[in-house]
Design a protein around this ligand. Structure first.
Ligand code: SF4
Length: 418
């Protein structure tokens, strides 16, 4: 990583951060532009607002709300005219920079600017079509995987009927053949180009790719390993640093969603074989430890299924990310949701490689939850109730002392963009 600090002829302080995986240009700490190694705009901070760009050239604007909390944050998607204005501003800022400085830029910074200079609003718009040819919409990822390299082994959800979830209602479930998947891998590598270095993990989508029969999964994992280098398990910190420094494109592992009701035939050996091929963590939508609430939500798993699945995964060497749906079932299920979720989570023997996410119920346009809740006379939790529900769960969780405890974090599906 190289950092350059300069003052422009008109007295503005510039910090230029040039790294293998991205470049960031900052002016006076209140304006910054981040680009991937190919030159694509990734993010902007300007006028007290954060902007994140997706690979199909959408931009999400995030501004702080009155309460400085995740929930009060203001979010909106920019219009095409606003996207054009913001991207033009970013690229003009980068292009104009050398002329604003008294001394020439050192070569590595000039090279980074040259790569950025190959992009523009028009090129980013044109890439949108290529992205949409390569991917069906990437509907969701866990927050720690937002920057993963997404590989679409399957499309959609094989179940697609949970009342609170509208993520994949617009498509039929489809599993790629191994030939289709290999073509997809080659297409993904070509699409990302030098920008692939921003991605340090691989996410195998969509909702339940691990549902595929084991021989097909093994073939797919082998194909991923043939195309991309996955860091071996069990390296010491020093060996890990050495391994990473020896290559510019590398991934720390493969990640995926899994559900507890379509994977009952998977065994510890199944997961161990995938772990050998790079599977490091899977994300399970537990939603709740209360069986009656799962039934109400139309989720066909039992809490016990999640416990059995987690045991097999961990014995097979795969960590878990447990997702809890805060606010589900409103006031009527509040007490049982808290009590039974605490009971189940405490039975999972989670440790430092595992994660727990609190995800607040969001009413998707296509979700059937609202109608269901109305018919059942459910009273929705207020934001304060949802906060209290999370705090009660946290207070009830019993883990080994830090640093061996799992990390607990928030998962706001409204912040997702790929
Ligand atoms: S919550 Fe998961 S299993 Fe249920 S419909 Fe959505 S993606 Fe499918």
């Amino acid at each position: 990583m190289s950092i350059l600090k300069r003052v422009t002829r008109d007295g503005q302080r510039i910090i230029f951060n040039a790294r293998n995986e991205s470049s960031a240009l900052m002016q006076n700490e209140n304006e910054s532009y981040t680009f991937d190694a190919a030159g694509r705009l990734v993010g902007v901070f300007y006028d007290e607002k954060n902007y994140r760009r997706s690979l199909d050239n959408q931009i999400l604007e995030k501004a702080r709300g009155a309460a400085h909390t995740l929930r009060s944050r203001q979010r909106r998607m920019l219009t095409t005219d606003e996207i054009q204005a913001l991207e033009t501003r970013a690229y003009e800022f980068a292009r104009a920079l050398p002329a604003r400085l008294a001394e020439p830029l050192p070569p590595e910074f000039a090279d980074a600017l040259a790569r950025i200079g190959t992009y523009s609003f028009a090129r980013l718009q044109a890439e949108r079509a290529a992205f949409r040819k390569l991917y069906h919409p990437v509907s969701i990822l866990p927050p720690d995987q937002y920057l993963a390299l997404y590989l679409q082994a399957t499309e959609g959800c094989s179940y697609n009927e949970c009342a609170f979830c509208g993520l994949y209602r617009d498509r039929r479930f489809h599993a790629k053949t191994i030939a289709e998947f290999r073509k997809h891998l080659a297409g993904v590598r070509a699409f990302f180009g030098a920008g692939i270095t921003l991605r340090r993990s691989i996410f195998l989508g969509d909702a339940n790719a691990l549902i595929l029969p084991q021989p097909q999964l093994i073939e797919m994992f082998d194909a991923v390993n043939a195309e991309f280098e996955i860091m071996p398990r069990g390296l010491t910190s020093a060996a890990r640093r050495e391994w990473q420094a020896a290559r510019s494109v590398w991934f720390d592992g493969i990640y995926s969603f899994i559900d507890a009701f379509t994977t009952k035939r998977k065994t510890t050996q199944t997961f161990a074989a995938l772990a050998e091929r790079g599977l490091r963590r899977v994300y399970i939508g537990l939603e709740s430890g209360a069986a009656s609430l799962l039934k109400f939500l139309g989720k066909p798993s039992q809490p016990e299924d999640v416990r059995a699945l987690t045991t097999q995964l961990k014995k097979g060497g795969v960590a878990v990310g447990i997702i809890i749906l805060i606010g589900a079932g409103g006031k009527e299920y509040d007490a049982s949701h808290v009590r039974e979720t605490i009971r189940l989570v405490n039975a999972l023997s989670l440790s430092q490689d595992d994660l727990i996410y609190f995800s607040e119920l969001v009413d998707y346009p296509d979700s059937t939850y609202t109608a269901l809740a109305q018919n059942a006379g459910i009273h929705a939790l207020t934001p304060a109730d949802m906060e209290r529900q999370q705090q009660e769960m946290r207070a009830g969780f019993q883990f080994a002392a830090a640093p061996n405890a799992p990390k607990i974090s928030h998962y706001d599906v409204r912040e997702f963009l790929y």
